[in-house]
Ligand binder design. Structure first.
Ligand code: GCV
Length: 630
């Protein structure tokens, strides 16, 4: 049985140590190659001895086998992942499920972060017209945190990319950052602006079939790889929300992506091409159908170093969406999913919402086996606690752990995180229970949380469903206040904006009922899904209630499984969501004696906001829908 030091450290805590709050013990003698694993174990392993072995017979480059205090791996990277696992108390063999496990930073070169709620960028700012010097110690902490959860890549700038990113002074900075991340097994990638050859290279076009454009990108790739030989590649948002792209020259996404893919291929680079498109080319088409309409023809036409990167849902990171049907439609194209760690539509860094259950829901519908990688839009900034809300750290943590193993349970991940974040995190050596014969079993979650920590766990596990309830139950979606997406605005309609930005377009409330008819009698979005989901979602009688108003326009008097009419059920869900937050608040009050002062206070303040905001959601939405329903 694995015991943990149960005494709560009451020393001042600002959250900057994340889940890595081990005391520096410098006790263990570590045999084996000198590397990050050796450094970490020497500093933090509570035993007297640990052994690291490079074993060429292990096939996975990043995997490891832990047996007692011995770690075997094919590479030093594997040893490093093994060392962090050993410090978490794991035994046995493990290897990452996805090869590509990247963060996407929506960081702008001026230091601001699009949809960032934790301060300014840790990478970028301006010093006059030049990039500001980086903080190597901070970047090293960032690298270590990511490595501890298995993240192996990072895109350093916003997908709404400035062409300046590819200019020499910035490439020099990227090189400096890459040098700090490299020992931790993290590759750097950049988002690129498709029109860079015009903005930077003074060409008259960015047409992907133009020979000068091709040559420009090839030369740019060469310049980058000369500085950063293990550079990962490019992430591209093209012809989406005003960004330039191959469509500007009547070229396809495949033609655009392949031109870039050719430029990085000689160096082993990849292109992550986003499918998040809607608008201009699709007048009148249901927004959630547009990605499939635009990309389907391109299936099978991409080069083999292009990966299509799609958001988990077909709309835009709502608290709940059905999976995006693009995953069903691009069967010949390698695909990766983009998850949003930053809580753009989930209460920013003010609401406590643990996202692992949402991501697990996605992996339950789209088999991880159909994907080659995962990207997470980061929630990291210069705030002392990195993520704005102490509990938002759990989402960074959970993203990494699920990218390593998408079959891990939300509960196991949360338990690990609580232990690292609110307990000492430190295991005592005699607390390890070395199973004699289970070298293939990953992770032993056989430690026990204290009563109060179990309550924190329950709060985390319920928090996402609560958020769905108090924001947009039963499949309602995108009824957020305009632009900043914090708080409700179900009556939102501005005639001069595209309809796809207006809440009324999504809920379609009228005297008859509410919801978006996407069945075969409506926009027929359901037909983009493979069976069984196509039929399941299409029929109001089989459509899961959690997606009801996503796929159907439902009469107010329609009876739900609970026996309530739709209108009664909507009100009950809003009530339930608010009650849950009241309960979370009570749990947090109860936890006060067990949590250090600063973190308790900072979370407490945010929870008060969350409760107020949940009540506001309930009031605004029920008042508004009542005008139709009663
Ligand atoms: C980076 C949504 C967000 C934008 C974001 C965009 C995207 O529209 O509101 O801030 O831009 O998605 O994912 O490209």
């Amino acid at each position: 049985m694995l015991a943990i030091a149960s005494c709560v450290s009451m020393m001042a805590e600002d959250g900057s140590r994340l889940w890595l709050r081990y005391d520096k013990l410098q006790k263990a003698q570590v045999n084996g190659p000198e590397c990050i694993a050796a450094e970490e174990l020497r500093n933090y392993y509570p035993g007297d001895k640990a052994t690291l072995v490079l074993d060429p017979s292990i096939s996975n480059e990043e995997g490891y086998i832990i047996n007692g205090s011995t770690i075997k791996a094919k590479t030093e990277r594997g040893l490093m992942y093994g060392a962090y696992a050993l410090l978490r108390g794991e035994q046995g063999a493990s290897e990452p499920f996805f090869k590509i496990r990247v963060l996407n930073h929506w960081d702008n070169l001026d230091g601001s972060i699009e949809r960032g709620y934790a301060g300014r960028s840790i990478f970028w700012d301006l010093d006059g017209n030049n990039p500001k010097a980086i903080d190597p110690a901070l970047i090293k902490e960032y690298a270590r945190a990511n490595a501890s959860i298995g993240i192996n890549g990072t895109v350093l700038n916003n997908v709404n990319a400035s062409p300046k990113m590819l200019s020499a002074p910035y490439i020099k900075k990227v090189k400096e950052i890459a040098a700090i991340l490299r020992p931790y097994g993290i590759k750097v990638y950049l988002s690129v602006n498709f029109a860079s050859p015009m903005a930077l290279g003074k060409l008259k076009t960015a047409d992907p079939l133009n020979s000068k454009v091709k040559a420009w990108w090839k030369a740019k790739a060469k310049e980058i790889y000369k500085e950063i030989p293990d550079f990962g590649g490019f992430l591209v948002k093209a012809n989406s929300e005003g960004q330039p792209g191959p469509g500007d020259y009547k070229r396809t996404h495949a033609q655009g992506a392949n031109m870039l893919a050719e430029a990085v291929k000689p160096f082993g680079g990849i292109i992550m091409w986003r499918s998040f498109v809607y608008g201009a080319n699709h007048k009148g088409e249901d927004r959630v159908k547009q990605a499939v309409s635009e990309f389907k023809e391109d299936d099978g036409k991409f080069m083999d170093n292009v990966i299509l990167q799609s958001k988990n849902g077909p709309l835009d990171f709502q608290p709940r969406e059905p999976y995006a049907p693009i995953f069903d439609n691009m069967r010949k194209t390698p695909q990766m999913v983009e998850l949003q760690i930053t809580q753009e539509y989930l209460g920013h860094s003010r609401h406590l919402v643990y996202l692992a259950p949402m991501w697990r829901e996605f992996f339950g519908l789209v088999s991880p086996k159909r994907l080659v990688g995962v990207a997470g839009v980061a929630n990291i900034g210069l705030d002392k606690n990195w993520c704005g809300h102490h509990f938002a750290q759990a989402n960074w943590y959970a993203f990494g752990r699920l990218a390593w193993n998408p079959y891990l349970k939300s509960e196991e991940i949360a338990e690990e995180w609580i232990r690292g974040t609110f307990d000492s995190g430190q295991l005592t050596v005699d607390s390890y229970d070395y199973p004699s014969n289970n070298s293939t079993v990953e992770s032993n979650h056989n430690y026990h949380l204290s009563t109060i920590h179990s309550k924190l766990l329950s709060m985390m596990l319920r928090s996402r469903e609560a958020c769905v309830d108090y924001m947009m139950p039963l499949g309602l979606h995108h009824i957020f206040a305009f632009d900043h997406h914090y708080g409700p605005e179900p009556d939102g309609f501005i005639a001069s904006y595209p309809l796809e930005w207006c809440p009324v377009y999504y809920h379609k409330a009228d005297k008859e009922g509410v919801g978006f008819n996407r069945s075969h009698t409506g926009t027929d979005a359901t037909s983009q899904y493979n069976e069984p989901y196509c039929s399941l979602y299409d029929d109001i009688n089989t459509c899961p209630e959690r997606y009801l108003l996503w796929f159907h326009h439902v009469p107010w008097t329609y009876r739900l499984k609970s026996g309530n009419t739709l209108w009664e059920e909507i009100q009950a869900r809003y009530d339930r969501g608010v009650k849950e937050v009241e309960d979370f608040y009570a749990i947090w009050q109860e936890a006060k004696p067990n949590i250090d002062e600063q973190r308790w206070k900072e979370v407490d303040e945010r929870m008060q906001h969350q409760l107020e905001n949940a009540k506001e959601w309930r009031k605004v939405c029920t008042d508004y829908f009542r005008t139709f329903a009663e």
